[in-house]
Design a protein around this ligand. Structure first.
Ligand code: MG
Length: 159
């Protein structure tokens, strides 16, 4: 069996009056993400982890933000396309682990919904999708509520 590991990282700026999508779930919030797509920074990091595991580049390369095709796109659609690409290459997802750094709002009430939203797109059960959230204790751009930072890891298996 071939085992591949990948990691992904993404940041989006926050601004008032925009929707906040994270892990495929809309989070009630006074601020949301500035982005060409729906700004789901968690899904973007996850896509890059999956692509990284097979050295397939990154989502900026696959879905350029200069293209009108991806303007305002639901990031779940981008994830579906990335997973399809992985299946095409003969791999399946083993597990994924995502860490979201956001000062507010608190994400704890939404973690389970994110896991249950992402798992079927990844083709795994929710116990193979971990989503963790942390603040940065008011330090840095995350702590000043200027943006959100996400790290993701994924393991791919080729039976
Ligand atoms: Mg992004």
């Amino acid at each position: 069996m071939d085992i591949r590991i990948g990691n992904g990282y993404d940041v989006h700026a926050l601004a008032p009056g925009l929707p906040m999508w994270l892990g495929g779930v809309q989070i009630p919030s006074e601020t949301g993400f500035v982005a060409h797509s729906d700004g789901d920074v968690a899904i973007h990091a996850l896509c890059d982890a999956l692509l990284g595991a097979l050295a397939l580049g990154d989502i900026g390369h696959l879905f350029p933000d200069t293209s009108d095709e991806w303007k305002g796109v639901d990031s779940k659609l981008l994830l579906e396309k990335v997973v399809a690409l992985i299946h095409e290459k003969g791999y399946r997802v083993g597990n994924a682990d995502i860490t979201i750094a956001l000062q507010r709002p608190k994400l704890a009430p939404h973690i389970q919904a994110m896991r249950e939203t992402l798992a079927p797109i990844l083709g795994v059960s929710a116990d193979r999708v971990s989503v963790k959230a942390t603040t940065t204790e008011r330090l840095g751009f995350v702590g000043r509520c200027e943006g959100c930072e996400v790290w993701a890891s994924a393991v791919l298996l080729q039976p």
